[in-house]
Design a protein. Structure first.
Length: 324
């Protein structure tokens, strides 16, 4: 475990964005799974990826292929806010303590901030940083992963940036979440490890027992543990705040799980190839087929303000809603 100190920069540029089309009603289509509705996206919202509930009660998502941030209400009305940086690669998105949406620009090497009214600010990182995951930290700042520079970053709502280099330069940090212990927990795809960083910058890394499992997404469970997906390991992992790891193999050997989120029922819900999975904190697993889901197309998942599960289908260019 090491303590790593900072550097860095940032003055943001502010731009007021206008929603493309001013908001439109989606045409929902019933899926053939056990429950759910699919909302097709247009070109402006193409490639929905990460998704989060905003302070306005709507669902906000990154549109990777449309180079935009999108919004969908629980009633299905959609709006998109095009980003000014070409091919910026909007990645993960999180709700900030200031009521705005904060997101990473993977290819643009920026952190973006978008108010619910459409005002955008972008904060530049070092060239080649490739920021990916982002989450609200226990200190009121936003914390994010930098894949190429092998760092965990921190940005205040005023735009001050700090970076903490990781001890292993092959970790490839990905998703990140605030844990119940007031630290940040993140996945390291390159070393198949789960990392923990305190708000002071002290890092601990825990190797996943299954080698080359590629842990990708991570979420806090109702049991106070951290739950994560193992993409090539085809498992769901659980790690306590003291570092004890338990793994649960998926019934579908080709499941390749990715996104994961806590559900309204106390279980963890996760993305599989072409379906949505559910695992209880006791380890019982159920899978639900989702219509229109192309192989590998389901990306993000979150519990919405209506207590339903909302998920993105990047290749299917849709957003889905499941009511457990």
């Amino acid at each position: 475990m090491g303590v790593f100190f900072r550097t860095v920069f940032a003055v943001g540029s502010v731009l007021a964005l206008v929603a493309c089309g001013g908001g439109r009603a989606a045409l929902p289509r019933q899926v053939s799974g056990p429950f759910g509705t699919t909302f097709p996206m247009g070109a402006a919202e193409a490639g929905p990826s990460s998704i989060v509930t905003g302070s306005d009660g709507a669902l906000w998502f990154t549109a990777f292929d449309g180079n935009a941030v999108g919004k969908i209400t629980t009633g299905g009305t959609i709006a998109a806010f095009a980003l000014p940086t070409p091919t910026s690669g909007p990645g993960f998105i999180a709700a900030g303590p200031d009521g705005a949406l904060w997101f990473t620009e993977l290819d643009g090497d920026r952190i973006g901030r978008l108010t619910t009214g459409g005002t955008l600010t972008e904060y530049s990182l070092r060239s080649g940083s490739e920021p990916l995951g982002i989450t609200l930290g226990p200190d009121g700042a936003l914390w994010f992963s930098e894949q190429t520079t092998e760092s965990i970053g921190r940005i205040t709502t005023a735009g001050a940036i700090t970076e903490f280099p990781l001890p292993n330069n092959q970790g490839n940090p990905s998703a990140i979440v605030a844990g119940p212990d007031h630290a940040l927990w993140f996945t390291e795809e390159g070393t198949s490890s789960i990392g923990r960083i305190t708000t002071a910058g002290a890092v601990t890394e825990y190797p996943v027992p299954t080698a080359n499992s590629v842990p990708s997404s991570i979420a806090v469970g109702s049991d106070g543990a951290l739950w994560f997906t193992e993409n090539t390991g085809v498992r769901i992992g659980r790690i306590t705040t003291s570092g004890t790891i338990t793994e649960y193999a998926l019934p579908n050997a080709n499941g390749y799980p990715s996104g994961i989120a806590g559900g309204p029922d106390g279980a963890l819900w996760f993305i599989e190839q072409g379906q949505i999975g559910r695992i209880t904190t006791a380890g019982s697993i159920t899978s639900y087929p989702v219509a229109k889901a192309s192989t590998g197309s389901i990306n993000g998942i979150v519990t919405g303000p209506d207590q339903a599960l909302w998920f993105t289908e990047r290749l299917g260019n849709s957003i889905g809603r499941l009511a457990p």
